[in-house]
Design a binder for this molecule. Structure first.
Ligand code: OSB
Ligand code: MG
Length: 369
């Protein structure tokens, strides 16, 4: 396979409701989509999950677009016998920029699989046609509002709820949600690196609420602190921001810094590294689940394929399309009985709705060989 050109699209996608985390509030996404055109006329899509600003990790969408146009896309355009498995090697000389690399690798993989008529789930070795999903609930103005929002999602059938927490919005909201919905509700929390060493004792108070896990309370390189909290808590510690490769995931597990792994392909430089991360975590008897970055239907389709692998034993942040967008750029994903179906068609298995795309498109840049 050879690419003739790659387009970089930018889309303005308003969220149905603002999403507040410890690092800020998102009211919409500035989405970068990589479109790979093969010389045989096949098209592949890859969504970049970088946020508008470098507040979740060091990447941001303008930077991702620039590194793609200037370095990453030219490196793969030059390859006469391109496969997705070669993208990491071809772009190895560029340090970091994992979300940008992941988007390019996914576009190449989609084109490769559409060429041979294979689905992403079959390529990965997926074992389920539907996956259990949860919902990530942002920080609200009041605890009453939070209980209302959780109640709505629960009524829709989500199999677990993740609450975003930050210092000053943690014990009381978790207690209120547990009180309102009882011990049946599968509940977990995500601190997005907002806590510091002085908060260790406070975080151990979360043990009172029977949570599935505590996600990334401390900074990304704070393995020692995560290990200390893990030793002092019954609740499992899960890492997100810290884990950027299969190798550092294995090291974090061995160091006792986490006993559950959040896998996000963007954060790990691509779906192939994400798959390897699943494999090493599973070999270390560590459950994994699929995180989310408020993806459109393109990234959501890929996440569902990934989550069809056997080690994904906890519900993912792969909610129905309507939880994020009034109109998605692909056919919408629906919540049925707390699950979402894994696409079975070639590649990502979804179709871009050109009419919706036209409405949200803000710019288009073409990089040619
Ligand atoms: O920490 O998991 C996170 C969204 C943006 C950045 C970081 C995170 C999130 C989410 C969203 O929690 C989950 C979803 O896509 O539903
Ligand atoms: Mg997280």
């Amino acid at each position: 396979m050879k690419l003739g050109s790659v387009e970089l699209l930018r889309l303005k996608m308003p969220l149905v409701s603002p999403f507040r985390t410890s690092f800020g509030v998102q009211t919409g996404r500035d989405v970068l989509v990589v479109v790979a055109h093969t010389t045989d006329g096949v098209t592949g899509y890859g969504e970049c999950v970088a946020l508008a600003d470098p507040v979740y990790n060091e990447e941001y969408v303008d930077g991702a677009a620039q590194v793609l146009a200037r370095y990453l896309v030219p490196a793969v355009l030059a390859e006469p016998d391109l496969t997705a498995a070669k993208v990491a090697d071809l772009t190895e000389g560029i340090v970091g920029h994992r979300m940008a690399k992941a988007a390019l690798e996914l576009a190449v993989l989609d084109a490769q699989l559409r060429t041979v008529g294979m689905s992403l789930t079959d390529y990965f070795g997926g074992v389920r046609e539907r996956v259990d999903v949860g919902v990530s609930v942002g920080i609200t103005e009041t605890v009453e509002q939070l209980v209302d929002v959780v109640g709505e999602y629960r009524a829709q059938g989500y199999r677990r709820v993740k609450l975003k927490i930050q210092p000053g919005f943690d014990i009381a909201p978790v207690a209120a949600v547990r009180e309102a919905f009882g011990s049946d509700l599968a509940l977990q929390v995500d601190g997005n690196t907002a806590y510091r060493a002085k908060d260790l004792a406070l975080l151990t108070e979360l043990d009172a609420f029977g949570l599935l896990l505590i996600e990334q309370p401390f900074e990304h390189d704070a393995h020692g602190l995560h290990a200390e909290l893990a030793a002092r808590c019954i609740t499992p510690i899960c890492l997100d921001e810290s884990l950027t490769t299969a190798a550092n995931t294995a090291a974090a597990i061995r160091a006792g810094a986490c006993s559950i792994v959040n896998i996000k392909a963007g954060r790990m430089g691509g779906y192939l590294e994400a798959r390897r991360t699943h494999d090493v975590a599973t070999a270390l008897d560590t459950p994994v689940w699929c995180g989310g970055m408020l993806e459109t239907g393109l990234g959501r389709a890929a996440n569902l394929a990934l989550a069809s692998l056997p080690g994904f034993t906890l519900p993912g942040d792969i909610s129905a399309s309507e939880r994020y967008y009034a109109e998605d750029i692909t056919e919408p994903f629906l919540l049925v009985d707390g699950q979402v179906a894994v696409p079975q068609g070639p590649g990502l298995g979804v179709t871009v709705r050109e009419d919706v795309l036209r409405e949200v498109l803000t710019s288009r840049e073409t990089v040619s060989a």
